[in-house]
Design a protein around this ligand. Sequence first.
Ligand code: DGL
Length: 272
Amino acid sequence: MREQDRPVGILDSGIGGFSVARQVQRLMPGEELLYLGDGAHIPYGNHREEEIVAMARYLFRFMEEHGVKALLVACNTISCVIDRCRQEVSCPVFNAIRAGADAVAGLPVEKVGVISTVFTHNSGAYPREILAQSPKKMVVLSCGCPDLARLVEHNLDDPAGMVQVEENLRQELDQMVLEEKIQCCVLGCTHYPLVADSIRRLYPGLPLVDPAEEMARSLRGYLRAGGLEREGTRPGGLSVYTTGDVAEYRLRAGQVGLERIDRVEWYPPMEL
Ligand code: DGL
């Protein structure tokens, strides 16, 4: 197979990486995408570091076996431990936290809020990376949400479930937005952009930073520079694999607006 025709890999603990796949489909419709979500083990954000590393390595090896030409780590929680996983693949790896920090660096703000999983929050990765990438001084506030990713994973588009999602959002975000008056909010877990409309409705005028946009742009820059874009008139398809519930993934993929879904199949989870 020509290098250009190899798929781009996207992985996450669940359906959160669909927010990244969506951006890649918008920006690079020609690319073939291979998605793996570890539905059997979500939420990663409440696991211990050693478990997250072991599970992430398992997902990386799937991608290596499928010969991806680039890998998007569409999970901020795995991105916190990326240096302990990247050796499992031979292709370039793009991570969500670096993308989020790059996106913030270009903004005219001084007080930034980040919402993420508890693991990402406790790791301190976002404040560290934002302060490292930003040319000017910024105050970075971070909030770890123990329940939000799981609530989004299982309740999208279900009216009663979305009431719970919005209650949880208010519980986690009111302090940072209304009291601390952050000037923008980084969606530091890939599940959260899937409920961006709810966040906008709850906090009108609050600018949201979705690292997925920056990830997709960085990927395009890399593929272009190396002559690795998939060309031709036929748009690329999307193969989705999950260690979780195939029917739920098929439903969610459609709900979030993914296109050209060639297959949704089960993949055996790692034994913990
Ligand atoms: N979507 C993942 C992230 O970006 C995490 C959700 C989870 O806790 O598994 O961190």
